[in-house]
Design a binder for this molecule. Structure first.
Ligand SMILES: Cc1cc2nc3c(=O)[nH]c(=O)nc-3n(C[C@H](O)[C@H](O)[C@H](O)COP(=O)(O)OP(=O)(O)OC[C@H]3O[C@@H](n4cnc5c(N)ncnc54)[C@H](O)[C@@H]3O)c2cc1C
Length: 381
């Protein structure tokens, strides 16, 4: 992609955000209503195929451009990015590890947004320790029969196809050798058991999914070989972490911009509050966090695009940018005083949305552990 193409797509998205998203985001968020019209518009931008290779109908954007778009959209309404982020991680598993037949069958439909979905890894009793999952797939002729429950699945209600992590050999040691990843399309035996209510991240559906004797054709096993599912699922996590970090940059920036604007119009003791040093200290810290978070995301995305190992870099970006979003959002609430607690201003939404980025795609506790392990591995004494 050339610089001018990059600028063109960014400009078109910026106009759409101001014209169609910003005026409606607060109302849809309040009602926790799925943004159908915005999803249709995202399809026309090609966002459901943003990182899918062009030979399968996608835009094939580099991670750096994609992260920039994710940050840009998150600055207006972070939930929108979840609708295509986890969909694209499912697509990446097919693009990187699928058979040629799977790529030809699924990637063009994913890229157009005709078939949308996400990633179904987490279960009611395990998220971080994914190797402890209990959803089971048993081979039966040219099908597998799947039983189990997945929870917290983004796009679980509106989506129709999911990269589903299961155990094909629960006795395998090490445990990951008994895990496989399937493309599961909704049908008999695959149902949504409940919509999950959340603190923030509204508009996008999060659901519990139940599989009861769900029969999936054997050719939906990604890559066609059992026992590779854990690697396929975690193989997309570097890009997933860069995505989440970019969302953090967007929310941190939004909080800063609202705080900068409000602090110039709100007066106390005869002057705008931005002239009080206590407020200036906050703004200075918030702006520095935004800049540092953006640079970490860009650096991780550049390493990813260059094909370099970047688990430590993606982990640092994810950890720092999501914490920046959380810290900036609470500071923006404080700077708005009582109005910060009102649903008439956006800062309370940033404060409800930000913690998700500290949890999803590997909690921030785990990110610090990953960073430390890599640090030691890369610097042997
Ligand atoms: C809104 C939302 C959307 C989501 N979307 C999806 C989705 O689309 N698909 C999907 O599969 N999942 C999804 N998730 C689930 C998410 O990935 C998990 O919640 C996350 O991985 C944490 O898992 P857990 O909730 O089971 O927490 P646990 O694993 O039970 O962790 C609880 C706490 O213990 C800490 N902890 C755990 N193990 C260790 C350790 N070894 N060392 C130090 N600390 C540790 C964790 O950091 C955390 O603080 C979503 C979650 C939310 C809230």
């Amino acid at each position: 992609m050339t610089n001018s193409e990059d600028t063109q797509i960014r400009d078109a998205i910026a106009k759409w955000l101001e014209r169609d998203v910003r005026p409606k985001a607060r109302e849809l968020e309040k009602k926790d209503e799925y943004p159908e019209a915005m999803v249709e518009q995202m399809k026309t931008f090609g966002l459901f195929g943003a990182t899918i290779p062009p030979e399968y109908g996608g835009l094939g954007l580099p991670a750096a451009t994609y992260a920039g778009i994710v940050a840009q959209i998150s600055e207006v309404w972070m939930s929108l990015t979840g609708i295509f982020n986890s969909h694209l991680i499912m697509a990446a598993a097919v693009a990187r590890f699928g058979t040629e037949a799977q790529k030809r069958e699924f990637l063009p439909k994913f890229a157009s947004g005709e078939v949308r979905g996400g990633l179904a890894l987490t279960e009611p009793d395990c998220g971080t320790d994914l190797q402890a999952i209990r959803t089971r797939a048993v081979r039966d002729g040219d099908h597998y029969v799947i039983n189990g429950t997945k929870t917290w699945i983004s796009n679980g209600i509106k989506g129709s196809c999911f990269a589903l992590l299961v155990k094909t050999d629960p006795a395998a040691q090490p445990r990951h050798k008994g895990m496989s990843l399937f493309l599961a399309e909704k049908g008999k035996g695959f149902r949504v058991s409940k919509k999950l209510e959340k603190l923030g991240y509204k508009g996008i559906d999060s659901a519990e999914l139940v599989f009861e004797d769900f029969r999936v054709p054997a050719d939906r096993l990604i890559g066609g070989e059992e026992g590779r599912g854990f690697q396929h699922a975690v193989g997309g996590l570097e890009l997933g972490r860069i995505n989440v970090a970019a969302r953090g940059v967007g929310v941190a920036n939004a909080a800063l911009k609202d705080a900068v604007a409000y602090s110039q119009v709100r007066k106390t003791f005869g002057k705008p509050i931005c002239e009080h040093q206590a407020i200036q200290l906050k703004l200075g810290e918030m702006a520095t966090r935004c800049e540092a978070a953006r640079l970490l995301v860009e650096s991780a995305a550049r390493a990813y695009d260059a094909g370099e190992r970047c688990d430590m870099e993606a982990g640092m970006a994810k950890y720092f940018a999501s914490e920046a979003a959380l810290e900036n959002s609470i500071e923006a609430v404080r700077i708005h005083g009582g109005y910060g607690y009102s649903t008439e201003f956006n800062v309370e939404r940033y404060y409800r949305d930000a913690p998700l980025m500290c949890i999803g795609e590997g909690t921030n506790e785990m990110q610090r552990i990953i960073i430390a392990r890599q640090l030691i591995a890369r610097n042997p004494a």
